[in-house]
Design a protein around this ligand. Structure first.
Ligand SMILES: Nc1ncnc2c1ncn2[C@@H]1O[C@H](COP(=O)(O)OP(=O)(O)O)[C@@H](O)[C@H]1O
Ligand SMILES: Nc1ccn([C@H]2C[C@H](O)[C@@H](COP(=O)(O)OP(=O)(O)O)O2)c(=O)n1
Length: 564
């Protein structure tokens, strides 16, 4: 982001807690504070005091763009002044608020007050901006955007309690009616209506107290500024593009492309690297990353797509020979690619690979997989489910929603262990069945994502239960969440990807406290020289100091939710 001043925008309806939160944040971070509502209220008071005809737009613009206002901090109160007069109490009266909301609908008024609001970001190291359109209009490039929500009853109750606490008279019904009228006016106006910016984090404060809201927002700001993760992602990106420049495709071992063998050209590396590049480009606005992604797409297609039969074929086998796994990644990656480039040819590719998967695996109820392995890899089906979600998200084609729902039912029947509340690794009733916590974390995230997309995942919608069960396994059996590496665990149990999947779920569900903690463990254990390292042994030593192309997928997937 080009902005050097760190700007945090807090938008939302009346009584949701914007002002309270903004003050706390500004204090904690030692940033300046913009209460834009107060500016609209000062303008409203000016209009009321001078009996200005608000239908006379030119007059309104001339007067309001010259408004003589200032704020002064006295004790723990911010006082507002209009033409040198202290009007702190008067601007808080509801009739002033109502007039503020009324003039706020007029486009020319918003124009007149824009420069005055933006000026708050000058000459300060940081700014917390509280209002209705801070993230959408006034500071669209702000680094951190939040939108607070809460039901109108709750918000009216807060206002009521506030007035009673101040010893003032209050009528709940009247407060509620006025608040809803103002909400309606603010949300439905044509110019700069109250709505969350696309990149804002929406926080429902209904069941959170002030400390709870503050903790969430403060932690989210800290996470977004998490330098180590950002540095690791950038280092990974540099390594990846260097390898592509050298070889023309994505190799399996990014830091040792000399380890080239047949497997290095496999489809999977191309898809995951492509996903990394596209997501990286989206998050950092690096156009070159998109160009590399497109290049890999062409490599992938020239090597693995048969123009004559219009089929994706595998010319080289992956390590585990699990075709579906790779095809699922092709479908997933092509969907994200389509989301970026919107090319017809990519949507045709999506159709081809979807057709192939349906014919080769779904039509015979995965018999081909069973014959091949005796067991069905839960992981391959999970990635197919993920691919259907991605395809539905990026193409909006309802067929993928239907496919996702059908597959989900199938997977739950095959793999969900109701007793342990975990996903089993193998389909057969095998006593040695594995419970890989990393995959259960991935499942937890996928359920959250499916729910957000409106995909029916009712059969096992309890992602929290799944996450908790997986956390227990993760700590007790694998130990990867623990910072202390000296206790007795099997070698190679500290793997980077389950840790990243654990963190992705925490980021998706905004469990910031745990995430912050996990991140510090992650950066001390898994980052060496800023690069994400695959394995650490039970002594805490780096087992494999490889940087694998597959890690990029987990890394960027986690990061993208940390930034939301
Ligand atoms: N999360 C919360 N839980 C309970 N009360 C809150 C919360 N946030 C704010 N309040 C109280 O609600 C009232 C309105 O908050 P305020 O910050 O003025 O809202 P806004 O600026 O969005 O209109 C205040 O009395 C404040 O102390
Ligand atoms: N950025 C802003 C801030 C306030 N307004 C308008 C709409 C609001 O109803 C009024 C009063 O805002 P204020 O934030 O003081 O209101 P509350 O404290 O939330 O009740 O001003 C706006 O349109 N844009």
């Amino acid at each position: 982001m080009s902005n050097k001043v760190e700007i945090i925008t807090i938008d939302g309806p009346s009584g949701v807690g914007k002002g309270t939160l903004s003050r706390l944040l500004a204090q904690k971070l030692d940033y300046a504070l913009l209460d834009s509502g107060a500016i609209y209220r000062l303008a409203a008071l000016y209009v009321l005091d001078h009996v200005i005809d608000i239908s006379h737009e030119q007059l309104l613009y001339d007067e309001l763009s010259q408004l003589n206002i200032h704020f002064a901090i006295e004790g723990n109160q911010t006082k507002a002044f209009l033409d040198g007069m202290d009007v702190t109490t008067r601007i808080r009266q509801e009739q002033t608020g109502m007039m503020a909301s009324k003039i706020a609908k007029i486009s020319i008024v918003r124009d007149a007050l824009l420069a005055c609001q933006q000026a708050f970001a000058q000459g300060v190291k940081g700014l917390v901006a509280d209002g209705r359109d801070m993230g959408t209009v006034v500071f669209p490039n702000a680094r951190h955007k939040f939108f607070l929500e809460a039901g109108s009853q709750i918000r009216a109750q807060r206002r009521y309690d506030e007035l009673i606490a101040k010893g003032q008279k209050a009528d709940f019904t009247e407060i509620l009616t006025q608040l809803e009228a103002r909400d309606h006016q603010d949300r439905n106006r044509e110019v700069a209506p109250l709505r969350p910016a696309e990149d804002a984090l929406i926080i429902d404060t209904s069941s959170l107290d002030i400390d709870g809201v503050f903790a969430k927002v403060y932690a989210a700001v800290k996470l977004r500024n998490n330098k180590q993760m950002t540095v690791a992602i950038d280092a990974y990106y540099q390594l990846l593009i260097k390898a592509i420049d050298q070889l023309g495709y994505a190799p399996e071992f990014l830091n040792a492309p000399q380890k080239i063998d047949q497997a290095n050209t496999r489809l999977l590396c191309q898809t995951r690297s492509l996903f990394f590049l596209l997501t990286y480009a989206g998050l950092t606005n690096t156009q070159a990353a998109n160009a590399y992604a497109y290049k890999l797409y062409q490599v992938m297609k020239s090597q693995y797509f048969d123009e004559q039969s219009k089929a994706w074929i595998k010319t080289q086998s992956s390590k585990d020979g699990n075709d579906l796994y790779e095809y699922a990644f092709v479908l997933f990656t092509l969907s994200v690619l389509y989301g970026t480039f919107k090319e017809h040819v990519i949507s045709e590719d999506i159709e081809h690979v979807n057709e192939l998967i349906t014919q080769k695996f779904i039509a015979d109820d995965f018999k081909a997989l069973k014959d091949q392995h005796g067991v069905i890899g839960q992981n391959a089906l999970m990635h197919l489910f993920e691919a259907y979600l991605g395809a539905y998200r990026h193409t909006q084609n309802p067929i993928f929603k239907t496919q996702a729902e059908a597959l989900y039912q199938k997977i739950i029947a095959l793999f969900f262990d109701h007793e342990r509340s975990l996903m089993r690794e193998y389909s057969r009733e095998d006593k040695s069945a594995l419970f890989e916590p990393g995959h259960s974390f991935e499942w937890s995230s996928l359920i959250v994502e499916a729910q957000a997309l409106g995909v029916d995942v009712d059969i096992m919608s309890d992602h929290i239960g799944l996450y908790q069960a997986a956390t227990k396994v993760g700590i007790n059996d694998c130990g990867f969440i623990k910072p202390n590496l000296s206790h007795d665990v099997k070698d190679m149990q500290y793997r980077i990807w389950p840790m990243l999947e654990y963190m992705r779920y925490l980021a998706m569900t905004a469990s910031y406290e745990h995430l912050d903690n996990a991140l510090s463990i992650f950066s001390t254990v898994f980052l060496k020289h800023d690069l994400p390292i695959e394995y650490v042994d039970s002594e805490g030593a780096v087992g494999f100091d490889d940087v694998k192309s597959t890690t990029g997928y987990h890394l960027i997937n986690c990061w993208q939710y940390m930034l939301r």
